[in-house]
Design a protein. Structure first.
Length: 158
């Protein structure tokens, strides 16, 4: 009896270990949004999920680096544009050259950010393609305790 329970629990653990879900991606303003099992995923979450797939992992790593660089450029550019605008609103003499350079940084940051999200999308597509159709379930495995005329036992439903 103990062997049967141990075997059943081992089977349940094994089936839940191999349970892999697809990562969904949808196009949004400014890039892509990634989701798995109803939970929004950041690029760091994606990197952790695709760690087993070397090519996808490398792409997500590049996407994270590119997105970080684009964010830094965008923030710096925004500050460089915002400071002269604030000076102009406050009645001072703004340095419009400073604002133009900031605008240039923003213009450079946008395609870098788009490129980063395209790489992340490519990595997600690559990861999803490697998932075996036999390991993806539309319903998660469930373990139930049952009793009947034969006694007490466990039932595993997929």
């Amino acid at each position: 009896m103990k062997k049967n329970i141990v075997l059943l629990l081992f089977t349940f653990c094994l089936s839940s270990t191999f349970y892999a879900q697809r990562i969904e991606s949808k196009k949004v303003f400014g890039g892509y949004q990634f989701e798995q099992d109803g939970k929004m995923l950041s690029l760091k979450d994606l990197q952790n999920l695709v760690e087993g797939n070397k090519q996808a992992f490398t792409l997500v790593k590049k996407a994270r680096n590119g997105n970080t660089f684009a964010t830094i450029l965008g923030i710096a550019g925004g500050g460089m544009v915002g400071f002269p605008l604030g000076t102009a609103i406050g009645g001072g003499d703004p340095n419009w050259t400073f604002a133009a350079i900031g605008g240039g940084l923003i213009v450079v940051a946008l395609p870098l950010s788009n490129s980063a999200y395209r790489k992340a999308k490519e990595a997600v597509d690559m990861y999803n393609a490697t998932l075996s159709t036999t390991n993806t379930f539309s319903v998660k495995p469930q373990l139930h305790l049952i009793t009947n005329s034969n006694g007490v036992g466990f039932s595993l439903h997929f």
